[in-house]
Design a protein around this ligand. Sequence first.
Ligand code: TRP
Ligand code: ZN
Length: 465
Amino acid sequence: MDLRRAAPATAALLALTTACTGGTVQGTPGASGLRDPYFPKAGNGGYDVTHYGLKLDYAPGTGELSGTAEITATAGQDLSAFNLDLEGMEVESVRVDGKGARFNRVGQELTVRPSDELTKGRTFRTVVRYSGTPRSIEDPDGSEEGWIETDDGAVAVGEPQGSMAWFPGNHHPSDKAAYDVEIAVPKGYEAVSNGVLKSRTDRDGHTVFRWHSPEPMAGYLATLAIGKYAVTASRTASGLPVLTAVRPEEAADSAAALKRIPEVVDWGTRRFGPYPFSATGAIVEDDGTLGYALETQSRPIFSGAPDTELLVHEMAHQWFGNSVSPRSWRDMWLNEGFATYAEWLWAEEHGGPSAEKRFRTFYDEDTDADPEADGSYWAFPPADPPGAEHISDSPVYYRGAMVLHRIRQEVGDEAFFALVRGWAAAHRHGNADTKEFTAYAERQTGKDLSGIWETWLYGDGKPEE
Ligand code: TRP
Ligand code: ZN
């Protein structure tokens, strides 16, 4: 939702634009990246997407994906050209407001030059027709994301930059939008995405699924899972639709945790405030498909059967990460610190160790009590990972959780839980960064917490007792 300043136009693009409008250039090209501290090319400047309408067709046999992306956006400046992020795939055509547009591609940047300039404030619709075999993308830390082929289908996971592998867009968490995803697959296959299933229709040997996500979603949280899943649909006591899609091989081992989805959502609602989305559920892939779980919006993905703690972690992300999203990838600890602390909170309320006990275990590096308490989380300050390959390292998770526990120690339970709920409410369906969090925490509790920020959030090494 946030728009950054446009970077200076490249000479080449300006020249092209000048040639085509007879020298009456006013608009400039939108920036080709949002200068994220870790992923500078991610996202694009000059416009704000409000809606993605994806109409896709996937052939599990050949791995071919084809379709159209209809992107509704508002110009934040006079635009002579703008970029979308798309890695791989072939672009067949681009139209802007019904007129053919010129485009070119360099790396992950798809530059679109509409036949008419887009004036600031104008809402415009871009339709990209594309096809190809989507690829997986290797993260700086070596993990695989993007489009991952499985035994009988594929799954799309996008943190932090994989969504550009399967649809063109403004792929940075600061530009969230509503989504409608229509996906056709051969009959016999399931195709599961985020949000609510609007319809499922059979036609000509295919099944077409239409998924609707009305609340803003960051591109990295969009998913598509195609395969022969066992699908179950139900509702929570309060009427929230629950849909799970599970690999048959994982069904038995997943059952116990997945049965608790309504309980976890209700628990989160009590602790963090109203559940932010219009559906919930889970997708369970075969063990080893990804090697990690992801909090895909409204329907987290697990690689192998989850246990309850992991389910709690991914569900907590629905409030922290998905509803309150990071402004940049530097703010990851606001996702992972909260989701990890949610595990500690769940445990203390469900017969496990108290959060205070866990905090001590981690502070004392007591690996007998918890093998994860190995001291690796002192490596760098959680608010400032030393590089893109470190944004999901242990300081972001465990020391992030310890920051929250330090606040709780300082202000007491009542003020702490009011702070957590207030934070989720203040930035509901929006974005926030670390500075906004620390300012909010001090305002809300009326305390000077600068000592915690200096040592726990921004300081190097293990804080003194
Ligand atoms: N966000 C995921 C979780 O904690 C973990 C994860 C998966 C991740 N892929 C990532 C974190 C890429 C950072 C970058 O549940
Ligand atoms: Zn997480």
